[in-house]
Ligand binder design. Structure first.
Ligand SMILES: CCC[C@H](NC(C)=O)C(=O)O
Ligand SMILES: NC(=O)OP(=O)(O)O
Length: 311
């Protein structure tokens, strides 16, 4: 593996999932790969799970880890040819090359502006690091994708599915703030590669990028969509068509025990209790959000193992 910025960087998904599950049994088996190697993690936005699980994964592989909240360093310039006499102090051309001298792998988290859809779609931050860094790049959530989360979700469904082709429903849920489409985008892309029966349900106006959803069924009636679900993946996202806006706060879309039926409940976390999902669901044994969060370590570890083996 040369990098992990998108799900398609995984050449054989089923093998990768199997290897990740095996890793869990012996997480320190490959420490020779990371000896004297350094992971640098760059955060332009907040994180709990991604920061800690990716560091744990790197250390499981024998790596050293350095983490930087980029906004505490210098305000970076990403546009070419800019006369930098305003608010930016350093160009990503220098920053990426300098960091590459300290790192063997660079991992980046940079959320979208949610202001300019076309500009966000260019994935300027992560693409700039891919272009100017001289070491492999890992995506810790970018403007339109969260491939590490999606891999952890795929591992979790593979481990806990009681059927050969489970029914998976990704349901929008309300949130007071405008959130990115990265997590739902990557979950849909990942489920399309798995042997699952995927349905997406959300209010009208929350259609995701059709280049991603393709022919995946979309049902505007949540109750209908949730019928006989085996896994319910709840997530809020802001409108893609009315870009970056919260066009519904309809609390009837909150996931309840009644709506869940016999299904397992999934969410990438952080989750707003009693907004996205009621306490009774999260506090029940139908919730597998802890297994998902644990699998973030092994998703990052199998990815970085593949990169280290190709250095
Ligand atoms: C893993 C989720 C990160 C982010 N969540 C928030 C609350 O910003 C999102 O919805 O993309
Ligand atoms: N799921 C996830 O990526 O969590 P953080 O935003 O806390 O890293």
């Amino acid at each position: 593996m040369k990098k992990y910025t998108q799900i398609s960087d995984i050449s054989n998904l089923s093998e990768t999932i199997k290897e990740a599950i095996l890793l869990k049994m012996n997480p320190y088996e490959h420490q020779h790969l990371g000896k004297n190697k350094t992971l640098v993690m760059l955060f332009f936005n907040s994180s709990l799970r991604t920061r800690l699980s990716t560091e744990k994964a790197a250390k499981n592989l024998g790596m050293d880890v350095m983490s930087l909240n980029v906004n505490d360093a210098w305000n970076l310039e990403f546009e070419d040819g800019t006369v930098m006499d305003a608010s930016t102090s350093e160009h990503v051309k220098e920053a990426a090359k300098v960091i590459s001298q300290y790192a063997d792998i660079i991992a980046v988290r940079a959320f979208p502006s949610l202001k300019d859809r076309e500009k966000d779609a260019t994935e300027m931050v992560i693409k700039s690091f891919e272009k100017y860094a001289t070491v492999p790049i890992v995506n810790m959530e970018s403007a339109t994708a969260h491939p590490l989360q999606a891999l952890a979700d795929a591992i979790t469904i593979s481990e806990l599915s009681e059927k050969s082709r489970p029914k998976v429903v990704m349901s929008w849920a309300p949130h007071p703030r405008a959130l990115p489409q990265a997590v739902p985008n990557s979950f849909v892309e990942m489920m399309q590669k798995m042997d699952v029966d995927l349905t997406i349900t959300h209010p009208e106006g929350y259609e995701l990028n059709p280049e991603i959803t393709k022919d995946t069924p979309i049902n505007y009636n949540q109750d209908e969509a949730l019928k006989d679900a085996d896994f319910v993946y709840a997530k809020n996202w802001s409108s893609y068509t009315d870009y970056g806006n919260v066009i519904s706060r309809d609390r009837t879309w909150m996931i309840t025990k009644e709506k869940l039926g016999h299904a397992k409940f999934m969410h990438c976390l952080p989750v707003r209790r009693n907004v996205i999902v009621e306490d009774a669901v999260l506090d029940s044994d139908q919730s597998i959000v802890m297994q998902e969060a644990n699998n973030r370590t092994y998703a990052a570890q199998i990815v970085m193992k593949g990169i280290l083996e190709n250095l």
